[in-house]
Design a protein around this ligand. Structure first.
Ligand code: GUN
Length: 292
């Protein structure tokens, strides 16, 4: 089975669009982009375009590469105090001269749609309800739930320990009663560990998972994005040992493609957060209707 994040994301966005028309106060996502990183610019434009398409207001504040930390924090404080702004996202990475911890700490936790602030991350790790769940892990769980992939009691191997994906993914999986192993750049014998996984979630940005090495009928979730030698977008899963797609689909239970898997789910998940209302209604409606 292919985990079609693109199609599922579209369904969620269509539902959000309907939901937004019922609101008196439109959600408003403010995004701050500092510097000239081309990939970040593409991500930010995608977020803005998606928001506007579904009736969510979006403002992008673009600041030059040499912006002082204090100036960036002033912008954040203004957005914190602006009642028309419901969500604030500071695109990462920031230029090296800016201390990202100071920046993250300046965001109002009630507008922290990324779940980056210590208050929200702390709540997540204590098993309390944060104001928002982190977008990529939330998007992955929505996708696994949609495709009825069980999580409770499963051995999930998370590869990568970033604050954006790996660490919050672990917390959310523990909350769902999975058995979790975290692997990273210093892990020995990665191939031995991935053989024991029921589900592998890889967020590295390099071809680290040789899919012929995984357990038969495991589920593979690819969060990595990089470019291959031809400049084509590719993920962490290395399927080069397989003859063709049919052989892959016979061997694994499910996998998420790059592009068209976790990426679109992350955007849909961000929009769910920006909607600010409990979105369980939307998700259960989608679960019942299935993918056309
Ligand atoms: N850079 C890469 N992914 C993300 C994300 O999810 N949020 C933010 N703020 N920056 C990112």
């Amino acid at each position: 089975m292919i985990l079609d994040g693109k199609a599922l994301s579209k369904k969620i966005l269509d539902e959000i669009k309907v939901e937004v028309t019922k609101l008196d106060k439109k959600p408003h996502l403010a995004v701050i982009l500092v510097g000239n990183d081309p990939a970040s610019r593409i991500y930010v434009n995608n977020k803005k375009k998606t928001a506007l398409n579904i009736g969510i207001n979006s403002t992008v504040i673009e600041l030059p590469e040499d912006t002082k930390e204090e100036v960036l924090i002033e912008h954040i404080k203004k957005l914190n105090n602006d009642d028309t702004v419901t969500g604030i996202l500071v695109q990462m990475p920031l230029p090296k001269h800016i201390n990202k911890d100071n920046v993250v700490c300046a965001i109002d936790p009630k507008k922290d749609v990324d779940c980056f602030t210590p208050e929200n991350v702390g709540k997540l790790s204590l098993g309390m309800k944060p104001y928002f769940y982190p977008v990529t892990p939330q998007g992955i769980l929505i996708m696994l739930d949609y495709y009825k992939i069980p999580i409770e009691g499963q051995h999930v191997v998370v590869i990568g320990r970033s604050n954006i994906v790996g660490k919050p993914m672990v917390q959310m999986l523990l909350q769902r009663n999975a058995t979790v192993t975290v692997c990273h750049s210093h892990t020995k014998n990665l191939d031995d560990i991935i053989k024991t996984a029921d589900i592998i979630i890889s967020a590295v940005g390099k071809k680290v998972v040789r899919c012929k090495m995984v357990k038969y009928k495991s589920v593979l979730v690819d969060v990595g994005i990089s470019r291959d030698t031809n400049g084509k977008l590719t993920g962490d899963l290395n399927f080069s040992d397989f003859k063709d797609i049919n052989e892959i689909l016979d061997f694994v239970e499910a996998f998420s493609p790059v592009p068209g898997g976790v990426g679109p789910m992350t955007i849909a998940s961000l929009m769910l957060n920006t909607l600010l209302i409990e979105h369980t209604g939307i998700l259960s409606r989608i679960a019942k209707s299935g993918l056309e």
